[in-house]
Design a protein around this ligand. Structure first.
Ligand code: GAR
Length: 194
């Protein structure tokens, strides 16, 4: 079975690209029905276009860290209309609330650039550098009501090297993300099979 999914993101969309490429290569049994961004003109929307995937900007409303309730309701409606089974967060920088969580229980997945529960929140790679960590990593997890929190689906370690800058460390983490996320999603998709 091909699992219908949506991807939500706010930024450059490299994880979205990796997912779309894995699907194109026949390594992920999913179909991206829609890519949605809360940021007008975000590169992730261009990537969707490049792969011929429907994409849309969702005006987030007046809050900075979450969607306005009316916007979250619109998001639920769009996703239900697209009949998606999984909602995949790929650098979506707003916290999803009750409306989304109850519409898609245990069906929203996130990737975070640290070994959770360490370093939730923004720029986790910088937090690892500042904390003097020798190892950090990547976590794929089900989304719950807390930020960067929920049952872990997959984790992979990434070394912090001496001389790392935030940019070099994040680049190393992202190389791992682009492999781990499609792999973890494939496992979830397999488990959804009837
Ligand atoms: C990724 O590193 C992802 O792990 C992170 O945002 C980046 C998005 O990159 N997400 C979080 O920090 C979530 N708390 P991308 O737009 O190139 O996929």
């Amino acid at each position: 079975m091909i699992v219908p999914i949506a991807i939500l993101g706010s930024g450059k969309g490299s994880n979205c690209r990796a997912i779309l490429q894995h699907i194109r290569d026949g390594k992920l049994s999913a179909e991206v029905k829609v890519v949605i961004s809360d940021v007008l003109g975000a590169p992730i929307l261009d990537i969707a276009r490049e792969f011929g995937v429907p994409n849309t900007y969702l005006p987030p409303g007046r809050f900075r860290t979450r969607l306005e309730p009316a916007a979250e309701a619109e998001l639920v409606e769009m996703l239900q209309e697209a009949k998606v089974e999984l909602v995949v967060l790929a650098g979506f920088m707003r916290v999803l609330k009750e409306q989304m969580l109850s519409a898609f229980p245990r069906r929203i997945i996130n990737i975070h650039p640290s070994l959770l529960p360490k370093f939730p929140g923004l720029e986790a790679w910088k937090q690892a550098l500042v904390g003097g960590e020798k190892v950090t990593g990547v976590t794929v997890h089900f989304v719950d009501e807390q930020i960067d929190h929920g049952d872990v689906i997959a984790q992979r370690a990434v070394p912090v090297l001496s001389g790392d800058t935030p940019e070099t460390l994040h680049a190393r983490i992202q190389t791992v993300e682009h492999i781990l996320y499609p792999e973890a999603l494939e496992n979830v998709c397999q488990q959804l099979q009837p």
